[in-house]
Design a protein around this ligand. Structure first.
Ligand SMILES: Cc1cc2nc3c(=O)[nH]c(=O)nc-3n(C[C@H](O)[C@H](O)[C@H](O)COP(=O)(O)O)c2cc1C
Length: 189
C-alpha cells in the first residue's frame, strides 16, 4: 500500500500543529487512498546533528539517525506540516533535513504551513531547502491561516475548520503526490 508520511514540524509541548493533524491526515487519506502515517519530530527527538560524517557519506553511526533514515526510506511521499517561527520554519525541521541526504532524492513532497498568516515565509524557505536536497516538491506550498480560529493559550476552538478551509488545495496537493508516486513506479518498472 502507498505510504505517505506526515511530518509534524512543531515540537513545542503545547502546540497548534498537533491539533491540525487529524484533519490533515483524513483529508490526505481520503484524497489518495494511501496510508497516511504521522511522524512527530517531538517524539522522534533527534539530537542536534551529531554524526561524525556528513550525510552525503551515507554513513550513519547513531541509532537515532538510522531510525530516521528508515522512516523516510519507508515512505512513498512526505508531507511537511510546519509553523512559522520568526519568519522561518522551525530549527528541528532543518535539523531533521540535515541528518539525511540520499533519502531525500526525488522524494515526492508537499509542504503545508499554518499560522496567523499561514506561514507563508516559512513554507517559501522550506521549499527552497527541500529543492536543495533534491526532493520532488510536487505542488505549490499550502498556507493555512488561522482565520476565524486563532489559538487562545495554545488551543484552537475548531482545528478542523482551518483544514476544511484549505481542503481544495490539500486535495490537489495530495493528488499531485499520487501522480508523482505513480510516475516513479512506472519509471522503475
Ligand atoms: C518562537 C515563535 C516565533 C513565532 N514567529 C511567528 C512568525 O514569524 N510569524 C507568524 O505568523 N507567527 C509566528 N509565531 C506564532 C505561531 O504561528 C503560532 O504560535 C503557532 O501556533 C505555532 O505553531 P505551533 O503551536 O504548532 O508550534 C511564532 C511562534 C513562536 C513560538
Amino acid at each position: 500500500m502507498t505510504t505517505i508520511k506526515l511530518i509534524v514540524g512543531s515540537t513545542r509541548p503545547v502546540r497548534v500543529g498537533g491539533q491540525l493533524v487529524d484533519g490533515v491526515v483524513s483529508t490526505l487519506s481520503e484524497a489518495t487512498g494511501a496510508s497516511v502515517e504521522v511522524v512527530d519530530l517531538r517524539e522522534l527527538d533527534l539530537p542536534f546533528l551529531a554524526e561524525p560524517q556528513q550525510a552525503a557519506s551515507g554513513v550513519y553511526t547513531l541509532d537515532s539517525t538510522k531510525q530516521w533514515a528508515q522512516i523516510v526510506k519507508d515512505s512513498d511521499a512526505i508531507v511537511w506540516l510546519t509553523p512559522e517561527y520568526n519568519g522561518g520554519f522551525p530549527a528541528p525541521v532543518k535539523n531533521a533535513i540535515d541528518h539525511l541526504l540520499a533519502e531525500w532524492d526525488a522524494k515526492p513532497t508537499l509542504v503545508v504551513g499554518y499560522g496567523w498568516g499561514g506561514a507563508s515565509r516559512a513554507v517559501k524557505h522550506l521549499v527552497e531547502i527541500l529543492g536543495n536536497v533534491k526532493t520532488n516538491v510536487v505542488a505549490d506550498a499550502i498556507c493555512m491561516p488561522f482565520g476565524d480560529n486563532p489559538p487562545a493559550e495554545g488551543q484552537v476552538a475548531n482545528p478542523l475548520a482551518i483544514v476544511e478551509a484549505n481542503k481544495e488545495a490539500l486535495v490537489a496537493g495530495a493528488k499531485a503526490l499520487v501522480e508523482a508516486i505513480e510516475s516513479d513506479e512506472e519509471a522503475a518498472a
